[in-house]
Design a protein around this ligand. Structure first.
Ligand code: ZN
Length: 214
């Protein structure tokens, strides 16, 4: 079946377009140099890390997942995320990944939330790690494309909420570290509002980890 599908739909790398693999070795290297510390214009108040810059293969992969439904890129991106998290986490503590929220309409159009999918794959590869989808974005939030930092903050202010009873219980039961994960860090507005919402629910976020930072 796979061979038949390959004949009909030849696989191409989501980072560079080369035929034969969904994510070639060269593109994998572009996200495997170890997480880099990034400082978005809107400071979320916790350390922010990225697997790479929002350019080249990483940028094309994120867009392919988000806009073109390339679900086959979730496993390699999940592996890259797992490796990045493994270098930063405290190995003696549990780790809980909270996906940054997405606008519901956008998530539906994409057939599910790609950030959550990638986070689940990463959690499955890491020791003592789970995903908690505790954040919701209000319907009134507009698409942020084209908005500057101030407008992005205003668009999101008070519009991310945490449903965090079970997350709070899990954190206190296991003394877990909580890391907010997202695909792209642009101005830091979504990360900042997410950290604020979790803090309001009594949950401290240790760090933000994204695939790519602008
Ligand atoms: Zn490639």
């Amino acid at each position: 079946m796979r061979m038949l599908l390959d004949l009909i739909l030849p696989r191409t790398c989501g980072g560079c377009g080369v035929h034969g693999d969904v994510w070639c070795a060269g593109c994998a290297r572009s996200l495997s140099g170890g997480p880099v510390r990034v400082r978005p214009r809107t400071d979320p108040g916790v350390p922010c890390w990225a697997l790479g810059r929002y350019s080249g293969a990483g940028r094309r992969a994120v867009i392919a997942v988000k806009e073109h439904g390339r679900r086959d890129l979730a496993p390699p991106l999940g592996l890259a995320l797992a490796r990045g998290l493994a270098t930063l986490r405290d190995p003696r503590r549990s780790l809980i990944l909270v996906p940054a929220p997405t606008r519901r309409a956008a998530a539906r159009r994409r057939g599910g939330d790609p950030v959550t999918r990638v986070a689940r794959i990463a959690a499955g590869l890491l020791h003592d790690c789970q995903v908690a989808s505790a954040l919701r974005m209000h319907r009134a939030v507009r698409d942020s494309v084209g908005l500057g930092p101030g407008a992005r903050r205003a668009n999101l202010r008070g519009r991310i909420t945490a449903r965090a009873e079970s997350l709070r219980a899990a954190v206190s039961a296991t003394n877990a570290e909580v890391v907010l994960v997202d695909d792209v860090l642009t101005t830091g507005a979504t990360a900042g509002e997410s950290v604020r919402a979790l803090a309001a629910a009594g949950i401290g976020v240790r760090a933000v980890m994204v695939t790519c930072a602008v």
